[in-house]
Design a protein around this ligand. Structure first.
Ligand SMILES: NC(=O)c1ccc[n+]([C@@H]2O[C@H](COP(=O)([O-])OP(=O)(O)OC[C@H]3O[C@@H](n4cnc5c(N)ncnc54)[C@H](O)[C@@H]3O)[C@@H](O)[C@H]2O)c1
Length: 261
């Protein structure tokens, strides 16, 4: 698989995993549009990889439309679209409505809105690639953030649906599902995130390596932490045992950090 000259768009490309994707696609010869809410961060990464920065909010329909129109002007064809921007608000069922809505818009609807604009052209030419940065939380769950766990399940469901519906028409889809990755997002999860994911956290470049291995093998699921495959199987075959294990982890966090009740 060569990406020499390919047009690649990466949302949330100003930092963390998105920046690692930008570096890797550029190293493979792609022309990259680095899109981010943070203009300075997008500009820095774009400069580093010889790409083009785009500043905007992919949580809105208008923002996604502007990004795709602008990227088409810059790149001609968009060959690869990495729907990578994501947010992880902490909180449970009592998370405010607007925070739930924002998580849904950034983590799920941004993917749907981009696909709506990209698929007609991809199906016409019989070729396109949609890379969804999901999370192991989309296959399993995550303690401490109901909006993240729920919306990432939605993102995975949408990526599966795209692949199931359009694979025979040339649309390739990857769903990237890491556990902890050393980025600003992981830092923001505080001591609970550190307790849950700190020890096994990997560098963003390792996520890019896992993505490229999956692309080479034409594989949908990208698991930078291979042990997630076993947890996923356990969840499917022994759901009560798996939930019991997750609840044990919850109690461990409460003991370490203080009982929330
Ligand atoms: N860090 C982890 O442990 C981890 C694990 C699994 C999955 N992920 C997923 O990886 C993706 C990237 O996360 P990261 O860890 O690199 O986080 P990060 O916070 O380091 O980077 C995310 C980038 O996305 C940008 N962004 C956020 N909302 C945006 C919006 N509405 N429009 C445009 N840009 C926006 C931010 O400005 C930031 O530059 C997310 O989807 C996240 O859920 C992260």
């Amino acid at each position: 698989m060569t990406f020499s000259g390919a047009g690649v768009v990466i949302t949330g490309g100003g930092g963390g995993i998105g920046a690692a994707f930008a570096r890797r696609f550029a190293a493979e010869g792609a022309r990259v549009v680095v899109a981010d809410l943070n203009a300075g961060a997008a500009g820095e990464v774009a400069k580093e990889v010889g790409g083009t920065a785009f500043t905007g909010d992919v949580a809105t329909e208008d923002g996604v439309t502007r990004l795709i129109e602008s990227a088409r002007e810059t790149l001609g064809e968009i060959d690869v679209y990495c729907a990578n921007a994501g947010i992880a608000p902490q909180g449970g069922e009592d998370t405010p409505e607007d925070v739930w809505a924002r998580a849904w818009d950034v983590n799920v609807m941004a993917h749907v809105r981009a696909a709506k604009l990209l698929t007609p052209r991809w199906l016409e030419r019989g070729n396109g690639r949609f890379v969804a940065t999901v999370s192991a939380a989309g296959l399993l769950t995550i303690l401490g953030s109901a909006p993240y766990a729920v919306s990432k399940h939605g993102a995975l469901a949408f990526a599966e649906w795209l692949s199931a519906t359009y694979r025979h028409r040339g649309l390739k889809v990857q769903a990237v599902c890491p556990q902890g990755v050393r980025t600003a997002m992981l830092e923001d999860t505080g001591p609970a995130g550190d307790l849950l994911m700190g020890a096994s956290a990997i560098e963003p470049s390792a996520v890019a390596d896992a993505l490229f291995a999956a692309i080479d093998e034409d594989r949908f699921l990208v698991l930078p932490h291979p042990e997630v495959a076993d947890y996923y199987a356990a969840r499917a075959t022994q759901p009560d045992r798996w939930l019991g294990g997750m609840n044990k982890l919850q109690r461990k966090i409460e003991q370490a950090l203080g009982d929330p009740s």
